[in-house]
Design a binder for this molecule. Structure first.
Ligand code: PLP
Length: 455
């Protein structure tokens, strides 16, 4: 089976379970990963829909020019559509957007005009006004204006919503998405609520945006508007695609929390995603704390991390913005301290019975123990291995730990950084031992690590 052209590969993006960043939650959290689209973002969906609807309405004719104001991703989608259909592209973009985004647009043949970020939308220099003016000056041009173009919402009603419903077999209970034009959240939410009105939709907003207050109160409060660094979400005016009736709750996420979560998704889930994806997951995990094991949360991740290499994935840039202190400086010592005294090292000796080891783990709801002999760590036992042994041969229950123990957990120092420790802890090695200068030991498990990462 082959595709007629790159455009027919848009959509049908995967739904991927988040595991390590969610191990403290009961609910299941699934990520709808939109960087699998050919333009590496969710905006490919609306780009195709807005162009096809304009062609149907005769607004866009062959050889025409597409002019749009974009944070980069919609431009990328439109540039792909234009490349295949033979249209010229002119994009206005604000100077806060990453260099990577601007270079990619030029690479696909688009003309790019950079406009100042911190001017009001109605200012003649704003990237909205420049695009509108050009579309009035250039004949046979089409100005999609994604913010008010309802094909934006419709694209998600026709594709993103149905995909999520089908991929979760209708079991989705909560949908979480960042809000810029609001097309993604409103189109998807409207479709899902038409299937099951009990589904709850959570919008992710930024500091310096007026969307949360407007959705909660109906008030357009310009005092809410201020500078922020996050790209793609947050607004300083109300887009026509915003339908407050399909949004149940809004969470604001800071530039820093979004950046730190995006980095965690790369390091703990292998998902190399964009900045606003970090915001969406940070908000989703916050909301999911109160949910039950029956809940299935779908969080939409709009784009790819490669567009933010010079920013959130650059340690110097992160430190320059004071976004990095927590993550990079945390050490084994910090993890032990964060356990607030709940770190009395439990252990067994070689002579203890397997039954004793298992009940000690059960009583303390832990799933591994070090084996200590004359003050020295000589081995380890873990619950799943012991249980498998006992299932194979129940008579082993009175055997000594010595007969079932495995190698000691790896040793680290109190000063070992947590990003180093996080690479050592795996499904085979569920813990590490901290060797203290006073010859005592502490233990750090997977859940200890995640606790310090999320708090
Ligand atoms: C990176 C990124 N995240 C989130 C969004 C928000 O999506 P929507 O405009 O559908 O609300 C955008 C929109 O431009 C974006 O570029």
């Amino acid at each position: 089976m082959w595709h007629h052209d790159i455009l027919s590969t848009i959509g049908k993006t995967p739904l991927i379970r988040l595991n390590r960043v969610t191990s403290h939650l009961r609910a299941t959290v699934l990520a709808k990963v939109e960087y699998f689209n050919p333009g590496n973002s969710v905006k490919d969906r609306i780009a195709l829909k807005m162009v096809e609807d304009a062609e149907k309405k005769g607004i866009l004719k062959p050889g025409g020019t597409i002019i749009e104001c974009t944070s980069g991703n919609t431009g990328m989608g439109l540039a792909l559509v234009a490349a295949v259909k033979g249209y010229r592209c002119i994009f206005t973009i604000t100077d806060k957007q990453s260099k990577e985004k601007i270079d990619i647009l030029k690479a696909i043949g688009a003309e790019v005009i950079i406009c100042p970020t911190n001017v009001p939308p109605e200012d003649p220099q704003s990237y909205y006004s420049v695009a509108r003016r050009l579309s009035q000056e250039i004949p046979n041009s089409f100005f999609p204006f994604q913010y008010d173009n309802l094909s934006n919402t419709q694209a998600h009603y026709e594709t993103t919503g149905p995909e999520i419903w089908e991929q979760t077999e209708g079991k989705v209970t909560h949908f979480v998405a960042g809000m810029g034009t609001c097309g993604t959240i409103c189109g998807t939410s409207r479709y899902l609520k038409h299937q099951n009105p009990k589904i709850k939709t959570i919008g992710i907003d930024t500091e310096g945006s007026l969307l949360k207050k407007y959705i909660e109160t109906g008030e357009i409060d310009m005092s809410e508007v201020g500078p922020y660094l996050l790209e793609g979400i947050g607004e300083d005016f109300i887009p026509a695609n915003l339908d407050v009736s399909v949004i149940d709750y809004v969470i604001k996420v800071s530039d820093k929390d979004a950046a730190l979560m995006a980095r965690k998704l790369a390091r703990l889930e292998g998902l190399f995603v964009g900045w606003s994806c970090g915001a969406a997951v940070h908000g989703a995990l916050e909301y999911a704390r109160s949910l039950s094991a029956n809940d299935i949360v779908v969080v939409l991740l709009p784009d790819h991390g490669s567009r933010y290499l010079a920013k959130i994935y650059n340690d110097t840039w992160m430190q320059d913005h004071n976004f990095l202190e927590q993550e990079s400086l945390s050490t084994a010592e910090d993890v032990i301290r964060s356990k607030n005294g709940k770190n009395r090292l439990l252990y067994v000796t070689k002579k203890d019975s397997l039954t004793h080891a298992i009940s000690l783990m059960r009583e303390n709801s832990i799933s591994q123990l070090p084996v200590i002999e004359n003050g020295q760590i000589v081995g380890s036992v873990n619950e799943s291995r012991l249980l498998n042994m006992l299932i194979d041969d129940p008579s082993l229950k009175d055997c000594s730990v010595e007969q079932a123990m495995e190698d000691p957990f790896p040793f680290v120092l109190p000063t070992t950084r947590i990003d180093v420790i996080s690479k050592m802890i795996t499904s085979e090695t569920p813990a590490v031992i901290v060797q203290n200068p006073d010859h005592t030991y502490d233990i750090i498990t997977k859940s200890d690590l995640i606790n310090i990462l999320i708090h």
